[in-house]
Design a protein around this ligand. Structure first.
Ligand code: AMP
Ligand code: MG
Length: 415
């Protein structure tokens, strides 16, 4: 058996990051920056007010905490409008959040500290201000978020919705990123039914491809669904060769177990450079990895996952997902790992393998993450595993008692 770390290293070594490309920022969500983003604009672009209120000279309202100060209201500036006059002594301008500060003003009194007095007989409008404010109060300075030349995000950062928003705020039209991967997914086996028809004896419903397509999408890949391929060598070869022409990677499930003759093995063994592994882990011991040469000479990685649904999931998590993330330029390849508390025992017997128990977990009053195994741990029992929050890593040996520290990989973390 191959130690898991060796198997992972072997696969990662053959899945280098893709060549960076420049893409329209609006199509870059979820992708990883291949070059830093340097701002060419300031944010905010001008000094503006953080509150609705009155633009004033701080000196004019210095005594307002003790005695309210009445100022003449000489105008109003809404967000989007430009100031059309300079603020003089004894004057105030009504101003809305985000509006540019007029010249002459050095602070804003918020509307909650004001009282409208209305216009007097000669049409002069006044406001009563009841709070003193220091110079700069409620003023957002030009460039206090981003300045021209700031390196806002270094290479290796994944573009989240918030980062996309910052890119929009500085008018970054294109970004240099690692391209989104196009990944083909297929399942193999004569027993698989995926069209909703009644099951004949010996048949089961296809489920892995459904799961893997979703996991690929969650990992940020574009998914190409190749469907269920019968145990037919010519058909499988045709499907794989076509996929290699326009996909960056291929994920298949089924037909990689040891011993039995399998169509997947026969075809991949013939058309690709494959390594068939028995990884020292449970579930998901059988695993195949290889590359298929495409017509242009490039090599397309193929991940041959085991057919048992839970094994397929675990194999994808530990073997395929990190490699696909590497190809997409991610710096961190594996799931977040934390030390949790075992709330029930994780008994096992020594077998030379590391076991990945699927667990449910939650944070306790002690601030620690507590885990217990999901009900059924069989590699065909996907229904229990399907709602697992994490995988507990149980090293080879006699298992772990209640209360022990246990390393867990948090599933469902999108970073
Ligand atoms: P295999 O790896 O092809 O030997 O399959 C191992 C087990 O997983 C068998 O019980 C298969 O019927 C089952 N299996 C294989 N592929 C799928 C699939 N796509 N969906 C559900 N079960 C599958
Ligand atoms: Mg099969």
């Amino acid at each position: 058996m191959t130690p898991l770390e060796d198997a992972q290293e072997f696969v990662l070594g053959q899945c280098p990051p893709k060549q960076p490309v420049d893409v329209d920022r609006r199509h870059a969500a979820g992708l990883v920056l291949a070059a830093p983003v340097v701002s060419t604009e300031v944010v905010p672009p001008f000094d503006n007010t953080a509150v609705d209120g009155y633009a004033v000279r701080a000196a004019d309202v210095a005594t307002a905490d003790d005695t309210p100060v009445d100022l003449v209201v000489v105008g109003e500036i809404a967000a989007g409008a430009a100031p059309d006059r300079v603020l003089g002594e004894g004057e105030a301008i009504r101003i809305m959040t985000g509006a540019p500060l007029p010249e002459g003003c050095d602070a804003v009194v918020m509307v909650e500290d004001s009282e409208r007095l209305g216009a007097d007989a000669s049409g002069v409008e006044r406001v009563r201000l009841t709070a003193a404010v220091p110079v700069g109060a409620a003023v957002r300075g030009a460039g206090d978020d981003v300045r021209v030349g700031d390196e806002m995000f270094p290479a290796g950062v994944r573009i989240t919705p918030a980062i996309e928003a910052v890119l929009a705020s500085v008018n970054a039209q294109t970004v240099t990123v690692f391209p989104r991967l196009r990944v083909a997914v297929l399942s193999t086996g004569d027993e698989l039914v995926d069209d909703g028809s009644p099951l004949q004896m010996g048949q089961i419903r296809e489920s892995n491809k459904t799961m893997l397509a979703g996991m690929l999408a969650e990992a940020g890949c574009e998914v190409v669904d190749l469907g269920v391929v019968r145990d037919d060598e010519l058909e499988l070869e045709r499907v794989l060769r076509t996929a290699a022409e326009d996909c960056d990677a291929i994920v298949s499930s089924g037909g990689v177990s040891m011993g039995d003759y399998d169509v997947v093995k026969a075809v991949l063994g013939r058309i690709a450079e494959m390594t068939w592994m028995q990884i020292a882990m449970k579930p998901a011991k059988p695993f195949a990895f290889g590359t298929l040469r495409r017509p242009d000479g490039g090599r397309v990685p193929i991940f041959g996952l085991p057919g048992n649904p839970v094994s397929s999931l675990v194999s994808f998590e530990l073997m395929a997902r990190p490699a696909l993330r590497r190809m997409m330029g991610h710096a961190r390849l594996s799931r977040t790992s934390i030390v949790a508390v075992a709330d029930s025992d994780f008994a096992r017997t020594p077998d030379g393998k590391v076991h990945f128990a699927r667990v449910n977990g939650e944070f306790g009053d002690d601030g620690r993450y507590h885990v217990r195994p999901v009900g059924a741990q069989g590699s065909h029992q996907l229904s229990a595993t399907a709602s697992a929050d994490a995988m507990a890593v149980i090293p080879d040996g006699e298992g772990l008692p209640v209360g022990a520290d246990v390393a867990v990989l948090l599933l469902g973390d999108a970073s």
